[in-house]
Design a protein around this ligand. Structure first.
Ligand code: HEC
Length: 170
């Protein structure tokens, strides 16, 4: 019997090489390790370059693209206003206290990988990484996190250093 886990040495050797391989399925294989690393790191915040979602980490144009994808792909389950409850399985709200508590103090890479590998629920692991990150930027906007000058990149490493922290001063 061979265990069919995603942690064989062959899978672990898959490297995500940025723009040349934009598909999420490739990224997801590499991300299994990344999530574990990110989880380990999030217990002990890395010094230096860490930013938070309150620093303006996506652009308005990116969130607009994300909104269109969201409405086409996610809205019928999570509702166009992100209030949740649109699927029989009870899709959760993607804005407000539930969402913020769920992701609080975790690196953005966790949300990126979770959406990319588990959503849309009826066809997980099917979205391009660029689509996923655009939708993530839309989720940030709908949770009142500000837009900034640069887009969120569809890559794991930079997303490890952005934390979904509480609003500053709270
Ligand atoms: C067919 C219905 C359906 C569609 C379409 C769908 N989801 Fe979901 N989603 C669910 C259900 C049900 C859950 C809760 C169970 C789970 O986590 O698998 C969920 C869970 C989630 C979670 C975890 C919630 C949390 O905070 O723990 C996120 C994030 C999410 N969905 C985002 C999305 C995004 C973004 C899209 C579009 C790309 C999408 N979903 C499409 C049904 C759906």
């Amino acid at each position: 019997m061979r265990p069919r886990s995603g942690t064989s040495s062959r899978d672990a050797s898959v490297e995500y090489s940025g723009a040349s391989r934009p598909g999420f399925p490739e990224l997801a294989r590499a991300a299994v390790c990344a999530v574990m690393t990110a989880a380990a790191l999030s217990a002990e915040p890395t010094a230096g370059q860490t930013r938070t979602v309150w620093d303006g980490v996506y652009t308005e144009a990116q969130a607009e693209r994300g909104r269109e994808h969201y409405r086409a792909i996610c809205g019928h389950c999570h509702r166009d206003d992100l209030s949740g409850g649109g699927s029989e399985a009870g899709a959760p709200a993607l804005r407000g206290p539930f969402f913020l508590n769920q992701w609080r103090d975790r690196p953005l890479v966790d949300l990126f990988v979770t959406v990319g590998t588990t959503m849309p629920q009826q066809d997980p692991d099917s979205l391009r990484a660029q689509v996923v990150i655009d939708v993530v930027s839309y989720l940030l906007r709908q949770n009142d996190m500000p837009a900034g000058a640069a887009e969120l990149p569809p890559r794991l490493d930079p997303l490890r250093n952005i934390v979904l922290s509480r609003p500053p001063g709270r």
